[in-house]
Write a protein that binds this ligand. Structure first.
Ligand SMILES: NC(=O)c1ccc[n+]([C@@H]2O[C@H](COP(=O)([O-])OP(=O)(O)OC[C@H]3O[C@@H](n4cnc5c(N)ncnc54)[C@H](OP(=O)(O)O)[C@@H]3O)[C@@H](O)[C@H]2O)c1
Length: 412
């Protein structure tokens, strides 16, 4: 595939897009082993991003386009091997570039967590992508790389150590620190608005296998639990995790795309660890109630406008200091099918705030992995772990501040 660029960072003027550009500039410079460009709709803003990258980036090319115009997106997609998109809300602005990539054999990765939109894209463009060889990978940020690769990693470990696959894996959030950007808040609010208008959006969000390949949208897992409970495998109380609705579906799609390497009876869930004893129980109850009432309130217009005034606007997000002080620490449990003593615990960490400092490096590495690594070449909608496998996990640990290790439960 001969193209002018290896990668276009599409949406390089946005909060996350700028961070992806900074990461690629640090890793590859403008004249290194990666031919890449800054892309977006506004020449002056793109020039200012290029300037902010410093002298090393002064010759970095700029590509202009309008996300809602299909002809414009066709011409952008034809220029690159990979489009790395941070233009969101994706359900609002993202469909033409996905269509253009699928039809032109251009690889694509993004940061969406909008399940109903992913389902729509998979159903509409899988056939085109299969015929052109375009490989499209949604959810290449904190949503859902740690969950997807954490499960892939612990399944590989239990297989290598004990010769079995785990019929069930759980992810538990031990701790994290970070903030939200205006773009993420806009995407969440847009999803709530769409769910209010269109019942099929809510149906997709509540369906545990909503983004499995067509014809394979069933399995043993039910909808996400929204109650606190005691988890004996961790010895702690658990509250719901807000990203679980996206992460769990991506992990299940990975299993399907890998030909059910985790088994057809495989089950997966996520939650947040709240501690043990009566204090843990109280914290789990209060956190569950807080999340539930927060989500209910966010659908009310007066609360929405108050929220909009206090939260970052599109283009804004956590400061560099908040990003640097951020981190995440996730724990995985893989159940041995017959011998509980040989079940495994794993720890997956990241050394910056999950949403931006960590996410921008995960997405940048996913884009370069698509452009440069020797991966499966079948076109279609992949997940990060099903396509990236060994190559991407190596990049994540070497260049995105992530770690994957087998630990004992007591490990802190
Ligand atoms: N999965 C994760 O872990 C994760 C983490 C972080 C962010 N995200 C998602 O990533 C997305 C971006 O977030 P963000 O905070 O970076 O958003 P943002 O700062 O608002 O940036 C949005 C970008 O989209 C561009 N854009 C908007 N409409 C366009 C159009 N019609 N044509 C061309 N470009 C257009 C904007 O260009 P202008 O500058 O010209 O307006 C800007 O570059 C959101 O959907 C967010 O939810 C996901």
């Amino acid at each position: 595939m001969k193209r002018e660029f290896d990668v276009i960072v599409w949406g390089a003027t946005g909060f996350t897009g700028r961070l992806v550009a900074e990461h690629l500039d640090r890793r590859h410079g403008a004249a290194g082993d990666l031919r890449w460009a800054l892309g977006g709709r506004n020449q002056a803003k793109l020039e200012s991003v290029r300037k902010s990258l410093g002298d090393s980036a002064k010759d970095l090319p700029i590509v202009i386009g309008e996300s809602l115009d299909l002809d414009s997106m066709q011409s952008v997609a034809k220029k690159a091997k990979v489009i790395c998109s941070t233009v969101g809300p994706y359900a609002k602005y993202g469909s033409p570039i996905v269509q253009a990539c699928a039809e032109n054999g251009t690889d694509y990765c993004d940061l969406t967590g909008e399940i109903h939109w992913m389902q729509k894209m998979i159903d509409a463009y899988s056939t085109a992508a299969a015929s052109t060889g375009a490989r499209l990978v949604h959810t290449c940020g904190f949503d859902c790389i740690p969950s997807d690769f954490g499960t892939w990693f612990i399944q590989k470990e239990i297989q290598e150590r004990h010769g079995v696959i785990a019929p069930a894996v759980k992810m538990r959030v031990q701790a994290f620190r970070g903030g939200a950007s205006g773009g993420t808040i806009a995407s969440m609010l847009n999803m709530m608005d769409e769910a209010k208008k269109d019942p099929s959006v809510m149906k997709a969000m509540n369906h545990p296998y909503a983004i499995n390949p067509e014809g394979e949208r069933s399995g043993p897992d039910g909808p996400e639990s929204f109650r606190p409970y005691h988890d004996k495998d961790f010895g702690e109380w658990v509250a719901p995790f807000v990203m679980a609705g996206v992460d769990t579906k991506v992990v299940r799609r990975t299993n399907a795309l890998l030909g059910y390497e985790y088994g057809r009876a495989f089950r997966y869930n996520e939650g947040m660890l709240m501690g043990s004893g009566p204090i843990g129980a109280m914290k789990a109850g209060a956190t569950t109630a807080g999340i539930g009432s927060g989500m209910a309130l966010a659908t009310l217009s007066p609360v929405r406008s108050l929220f909009a005034q206090r939260m970052p606007a599109p283009g804004d997000g956590p400061s560099p200091e908040t990003q640097a002080a951020g981190f995440f620490d996730l724990r995985f449990f893989a159940q041995h099918p017959t011998d509980p003593a040989r079940s495994l615990h794993a720890r997956v960490t990241g050394d910056r705030d999950p949403g931006y400092g960590a996410t921008s490096r995960m997405l940048g590495e996913a884009a370069v992995c698509l452009a440069q690594d020797d991966l499966e070449d079948k076109g279609g909608f992949w997940t990060p772990a099903s396509l990236g496998g060994e190559k991407l996990i190596e990049r994540l640990t070497q260049h995105a501040g992530m770690s994957f290790e087998i630990v004992t439960r007591a490990h802190r």
